[in-house]
Design a protein around this ligand. Structure first.
Ligand code: XMP
Length: 329
């Protein structure tokens, strides 16, 4: 491991040598660890010449926007523009079942919004931003170009960051990738020095397309997204209460658009089913389902059915990766 204080000083120096005093930088924050640490680092170097955007696409988790904006503003003092694009995203996703089509639509909408943000910024500043910050990590770099020898090399081919999904080519932004020589645990240590809250640094990974790949089929039907958010929050909170959050790689709920028969009180119900998923993993490439004890699962199931309207069945996913993937779509 490297000494993170030295890495921090070195990175700040490099950023200040790269970005001229009259140049501006933009960054898309996903709410994840990597983009947050990258932006915080750049902000420390160049201050308010950094301009961040956070997009609420309507596919975020329970109170996600409020929670991450509070961290950005209160804990990190990052200059962030929050755009609520829920209507725009859900309009485009209406009637779409296919997982890859959903991803394409979400990627395309994101680029439109990012493009608008850059143009508005250009008008305000009287010049276009010159750089884009990305939270690319070392494993993303070696995946596309294994370095010779054992030392970590600066030279690499750039792989587009899948959370951002590629950016318009005519934007001509140069990249700043301050984490490109670091592994995930090193990013967490760096984040700690930069005062990113501990709880934030330990968050499970969350896919760019968000809950769109966790509501099976058309995500815009009825109140599927809101229902899923409530179920997911109960599951995650129960995992935290049981002290299991940090041993699990990823945990989440999936909304199943099938109706099954139940009996609640003395009423026959015809409600929806959800699946819970929790896996352990080193890197997301392979994964094992997590063996919760029966008592834990029974309590979570009961809590969900008792408090989330419309849900009368909870199942637990006991497939590993392979043969399944971690996400259901
Ligand atoms: P799978 O489902 O392929 O997931 O086993 C492996 C890891 O990747 C995440 N994932 C995504 N992340 N955009 C992302 O940014 C995506 O489209 C996407 N699909 C899956 C998944 O959450 C897991 O951590």
């Amino acid at each position: 491991g490297w000494k993170m204080e030295n890495v921090l000083d070195e990175e700040i120096k490099v950023i200040n040598q790269t970005v001229a005093p009259d140049e501006h930088v933009i960054c898309a924050l996903s709410g994840g660890v990597d983009s947050t640490v990258a932006a915080t680092l750049v902000h420390k170097a160049i201050g308010d010449r950094l301009h961040c955007i956070f997009v609420d696409n309507g596919l975020l988790r329970y109170k996600e926007r409020e929670r991450v904006m509070e961290t950005f503003e209160r804990d990190l003092h990052l200059p962030v523009t929050c755009v609520d694009a829920t209507e725009q995203f859900l309009r485009e996703l209406k009637g779409v079942d296919d997982p890859e089509k959903k991803r394409k639509i979400i990627g395309k909408e994101f680029i439109c919004i990012f493009d608008d943000f850059a143009q508005e910024l250009e008008q305000k500043l009287g010049k276009r931003p010159a750089y884009l910050v990305q939270g690319t990590l070392y494993p993303d770099v070696i995946e596309s170009c294994p370095p010779p020898g054992s030392g970590r090399s600066h030279s690499h081919t750039i792989k587009s960051h899948h959370n951002v999904g590629g950016l318009p080519k005519d934007m001509k932004l140069k990249l700043i990738e301050p984490l490109k020589l670091l592994f995930k645990d090193e990013v967490r240590r760096l984040g700690k020095i930069l005062n990113v809250p501990e709880g934030f640094l330990k968050r499970h990974p969350f896919p760019g397309p968000g809950l769109a790949v966790r509501v099976i089929g058309d995500v815009t039907l009825e109140n599927y997204l809101d229902t899923l958010r409530l179920v997911d929050e109960i599951f995650i909170q129960s995992i935290k209460d049981a002290g299991l959050y940090d041993v699990i790689w990823q945990a989440f709920a999936v909304f199943l658009p099938v109706r099954t028969v139940g009996v609640q009180g003395d009423q026959r119900t015809h409600g929806h089913a959800v699946a819970l998923r929790a896996v352990t993993s080193e890197d997301g490439m392979t994964a094992d389902w997590y063996p919760f004890d029966g008592k834990f699962l029974a309590e979570v199931s009961q809590k969900i059915c008792n408090s989330v309207r419309g849900i009368n069945r909870v199942s637990y996913d006991i497939t590993s990766k392979p043969p399944s993937t971690i996400e259901w779509e």
